[in-house]
Design a protein around this ligand. Sequence first.
Ligand code: 5GP
Ligand code: MN
Length: 334
Amino acid sequence: MKGNIKEITKEIVKNEKILLVGHILPDGDDVSSLTSMKLGLEKLGKKVSAVIDDDIPEYLLQFPTIKASIESFKDVENNIYQNFDLMIILDSSSPDRVGRFEKYLNSFRVLLIDHHVTNTHFGNINWVDPTMGSTAQMVYRILKDFNIDYDNELANMNLLGIATDTGFFKYQNAGSTVFRDAADLIEKGANISYIANTILDNTPLEHILLYKDILNELKITSEGRIAYSLLTLGMLAKYNILPKDSPSFVENIRSIRNVEIAIVFQEYKENLYHVSLRSKKWADVSKIALKYGGGGHPRAAGFSIQTRNIEKSIKEIVEDISKYLRESIGDLTF
Ligand code: 5GP
Ligand code: MN
């Protein structure tokens, strides 16, 4: 069923015990959406748990409110039917993104709130709006509709996802409504420099050292339009970095002049790789990710692969993406 914000707020009014579910490999937008939705709905008197079936990266646990707010699968799986009467899924474009919560999708009434263009509308009510810069911005619209009284911490938690998903207000998805909603949150007490300092100016030294090794693996092809690199478990182990805490550096690689598509192949379990895709100006990487069973946005997307021969898989995928670039460049007028 197709939905909009009104249908979402109507359902929230009707239910008291709400389970908020985020996605595996969580990012800033996801944890921000969950945390701010939880704090906001609690101000309405709801009983709310916010859960993600995956570990939260260390850079996001730097925010004590995130650490205190988000629970794991095992925290809620007992008596899940008695404890909750509504499931709200945030920032997740397909059912596999919610991890082990996928098996409960048919037993709960499910509201889906998301901004991915690749969303498969797997909830009972789906408010999916790809014009929104982040899911956190959609959460802001919901809490605004309820006239929630923001305190500083709620404002910070809500602004965090709006900031991270727009690359701190510089990507193409940073339209005027992003700045208006962000300005509202700053008026309500959010502190953008606190958020930026905690995320951007707080890099563990090991991550910078790892970057050297990623640059050693860097390759550039397709007349300089594609740059890619590999990050293995062995490279992470050298610096004692856990896979869940690993930076991908895909955005650093995209910043190279003339590069249109950046790719990082990141091993997260033996023989399992997450492929992060970024484009700079025009290539639609969400289409590439969809083809490989993943999803995302035009400028940021991803998918996972299982392979025993990563060099061969990289060669095939990069060739495929080069072909896509050659074919689509013909349709473009700059
Ligand atoms: P990242 O490269 O940072 O992991 O992901 C970039 C974007 O693509 C995010 O919006 C993320 O939600 C989406 N994405 C990444 N991997 C997958 C995947 O395996 N499946 C889906 N549906 N989306 C993904
Ligand atoms: Mn998002």
